[in-house]
Write a protein that binds this ligand. Structure first.
Ligand code: SF4
Length: 532
């Protein structure tokens, strides 16, 4: 009997039969092009008397890359059927490239609804999940990571035996009567995930004492990482990156102002030019000079985050700058200089100007009204236009009605409210970060969920080599080891970190730091078991 896809493609006049076979070995990508690289590596094993694809313990996705020809045939409607080994509905999420531009990431990474047969036995057997997608994007130039048309995002072990893609629903559609809830996005402590965000704090010294930062109350010893130690970390990351991560550019801070480090440019150059590791540098901008900025651009810096935050003289007071010569006007000049040097030098570095959004905050007020935000935006657009004229750039078109009252920037999150003023230069409105409920202006409510994604995603190396689990832990109380004594992988997969992940999975928060961060009412208690 012809398979579903054979029938569909046959009717569409395409080559027939077309079998969407799963790979036979882990080096074969099969006719459905199951990608075996990056964070989508898999093995082929025997499961329930059949061969099954199963992700490696470090994988978090399976990526499926359909041929352009097949995508064109799907013409917006795609029916994806996946046979999996499990107890009930499939414990992975299916995400796909969508023509819905309102979906996250401009139509990428949209979740597909899973339909399943809710009457079947809960015993672990081979079962079928159906995903009927009515806004599948057929444009071959649009794809997800690793060129994928769709992907299975997983948090637990799973096994798949067959995948088919069609334009038609199956004849036994009535069996798929239940809509499965979206599986939990909790990352299982039984799996190992690549690091998403690696922080390398090259110093925790800072020349600002911002009201919205715990710098003044931080008791941790101050110091700087040696250039050689930073290079050793980058050597290790470059060796292990394909497996260990990070998936995103390395950040050169946890606490502290990186521009205080006398070898900042050398550090960036070594990572970017010698090791091919993208760096994201976050600076308060106060120490920027044209020489330093040009040096960073020349060193190949990938992302430059200008933590401008306070866009007027009054809010600049909250930075509590000891150098009284640094007026707000001089400070603004430095931020603008960094933008201008990018244009003047043609640097490929992406710039982000962060400004603080305190619309929902009860305490600290920086920019708390949309009209105030609109004025700031118009000022930056005017500055950008002056640069365009000065450097003969093609003028960027701005809808001033949209900017001035139409959009309401403060009611969007940093990503959806991102606005490009020049090519590669964005303004972001960042909500006040409470540093785990330490800083006033607190807006988070008490949580009932003890799980936190940070220990599965972040790896924070403090200036003295101590490793902690999240950027919020400014004192390093959740220390998991030290990179001068163990490898990063040993720390990331070691028993101490594993225990933290396991207890969080059970909604138990053993650390006071976490309990305070999660808004638990009694952070002094020895152990809090949260009842969801
Ligand atoms: S302090 Fe604990 S709960 Fe808060 S972000 Fe860090 S790991 Fe998560």
């Amino acid at each position: 009997m012809a398979t579903l896809i054979e029938r569909v493609l046959g009717r569409a006049g395409g080559p027939s039969p077309v079998e969407l076979a799963l790979p036979r070995t882990a080096s074969d990508d099969g006719s459905i092009h199951l990608v075996n690289e990056g964070d989508g590596r898999y093995d082929i094993i025997e499961k329930g008397d059949r061969s099954a694809v199963t992700p490696e313990p470090w994988a978090q996705y399976l990526y499926f890359r359909l041929s352009d020809e097949l995508r064109a045939r799907l013409s917006s409607c795609a029916v994806i059927e996946i046979e999996y080994f499990g107890r009930e509905y499939a414990t992975f999420r299916l995400q796909y490239v969508s023509s819905d531009r309102e979906a996250p990431y401009d139509g990428l990474y949209k979740e597909a609804e899973q339909r399943w047969d809710g009457t079947i036995t809960e015993a672990p057997t081979w079962k079928r999940a159906l995903f009927v997608i009515n806004d599948f994007d057929v444009d071959p130039s649009r794809s997800q990571n690793l060129g994928a048309s769709f992907r299975a995002e997983l948090r637990q072990d799973f096994y798949i035996g067959r995948v088919s893609v069609s334009t038609d629903v199956p004849e036994d559609l009535s069996l798929f009567s239940e809509v499965a809830p979206l599986p939990s996005i909790r990352k299982s402590p039984d799996r190992v995930y690549p690091i998403w965000w690696l922080f390398v704090e090259i110093t925790n010294l800072c020349n600002f004492h911002c009201t919205f930062c715990p710098d003044e109350i931080m008791e941790r010893k101050r110091g700087m990482m040696d250039y050689e130690d930073a290079c050793k970390i980058f050597d290790q990351v470059a060796r292990e990156k394909n497996r260990l991560g990070p998936l995103y550019p390395i950040k050169l801070h946890q606490m502290g102002e990186p521009a205080i480090h006398p070898r900042l440019v050398d550090i960036v150059r070594y990572a970017e030019r010698e090791k091919g590791l993208p760096i994201e540098l976050n600076t308060n901008c106060s120490l920027l000079t044209p020489e330093l900025v040009d040096g960073l651009y020349d060193a190949g810096l990938t992302n430059f985050i200008l933590s401008y935050q306070t866009p007027d003289a009054e809010s600049f007071e909250t930075r509590k700058v000891k150098n009284k010569k640094l007026t707000f006007e001089l400070y603004l000049d430095k931020v603008r200089m960094a933008v201008e040097r990018k244009i003047a030098t043609g640097a490929a570095t992406r710039l982000e100007i962060d400004i603080m959004n305190t619309l929902g905050s009860d305490g600290i007020r920086i920019v708390g009204s949309n009209s105030q935000a609109d004025r700031v935006m118009l000022d930056w657009i005017s500055f950008a236009r002056a640069l365009e004229r000065k450097y003969g750039l093609e003028p960027k078109s701005h809808d001033l009605n949209f900017v001035d009252g139409g959009f309401r920037f403060l009611e969007h999150d940093a990503d959806t409210g991102r606005y490009e003023i020049l090519p590669g230069v964005d303004i972001l409105w960042k909500e006040l970060h409470t540093w785990g409920n330490i800083i006033q202006g607190e807006t988070s409510r008490q949580q009932v969920d003890g799980y936190c994604p940070a220990p599965n995603e972040q790896f924070v190396i403090l200036w003295d080599g101590t490793v902690t689990v999240c950027c919020t832990d400014y004192e390093g109380t959740l220390a998991m080891g030290n990179v001068h004594e163990q490898s990063m992988e040993e720390i990331w997969t070691g028993p101490k970190w594993r225990r933290l992940r396991e207890t969080m999975w059970e909604d138990v928060l053993e650390s006071k730091t976490c309990r305070v961060c999660k808004g638990i009412e009694d952070p002094e208690s020895e152990l809090v078991q949260i009842q969801a």
